[in-house]
Design a protein around this ligand. Sequence first.
Ligand code: FES
Ligand SMILES: [Fe+2]
Length: 351
Amino acid sequence: MSSIPTDQWYVAAYGREIGQELFSRTICGESILFWRTGAGEVTAMSDRCVHRRFPLSEAPSRLVDDQVVCGYHGFTYGADGRCVAVPGQTRVPRTARLKSYPTVERDSFVWVWIGDPAKADPAAVPRAPWLASPDYTTVSGMEPLKARFELLVDNLLDLSHETYLHGGYIGTPEVAATPTTTEVDDEAGIVYVSRHMDDAECPPFYAKSTGLTGRIMRWQDIEYSPPCLYKLHSRIAPVGVLPRPDGSDPDAFHVEVVYAITPETEHSTHDFWAVARDFALDDQGVSDFLAEQNRTVVLQDVAALDVLERVIASEPPGYQELSINIDTGGLAARRMLAKLVEPSAAPARTA
Ligand code: FES
Ligand SMILES: [Fe+2]
């Protein structure tokens, strides 16, 4: 059985990736064609012509006035996936229809629902409001991962690896040395992992972007909504500077690090990453620096996880992992993911 939960929302793309042209991406093993209508709506349908499976994203297939014309024999489809014209006859078979997928465009992402469309509730799309907020400046990207999505979930839920895998970027000795707390909200479907470092070295990622020198308070509060959306609320402040009693926090720097973990296949993943900050909003130098640094960090993870995937795929099953305290969040996430693929899995939660 597949380990990928299907009755779920997944990030398929950034909104900026989809225009009035044919765009294909494989999500959860399904090859999906995306395009934007003249009115600006994103559509999602199977990227396989019902006639002889020619991919509708491949030239010479083309988009003409909100209709897709298959480049092989000319079957023509509307924005709802229904076939409106076939060659050589006027009657269009009733079953000539592409599978279409519900989509929601929100917080700069295009979300797609894989699975039973009747269960798709747009209100259940988890939110990352900073990514489209004028109060934040965001840099973002996507890196392909040749590893199963569960390895990225493990990776992101346990940031102690920053010290080792990302030394010189975001890792300092305090990350691995500081214990975490984990909370699981089964009802809302969220795993929380927090690590509050109250007197830590400032890694280059934050020193160069904030201008802080010397030691810092560095709080990492993770919020993971399985399967797709991961948020790391990162708070950086001079040592001893706390949020005010009214909850405001004007003397700290806030960075919202967002990942969307979208399975491409059972053994590959789209690793969407975004870094939103509430300081130096108009400073292009800071944007360029954070984009380059975060991409480098993501690629360090990609390299490690690609290795792990090769190891796992080439060795017999049954390897006994040894888990310790740092793995509590990752294990909670695994339990939640396992529940989502059970046949009796509850309908989509509201986030
Ligand atoms: S394969 Fe598309 S029209 Fe024949
Ligand atoms: Fe990492």
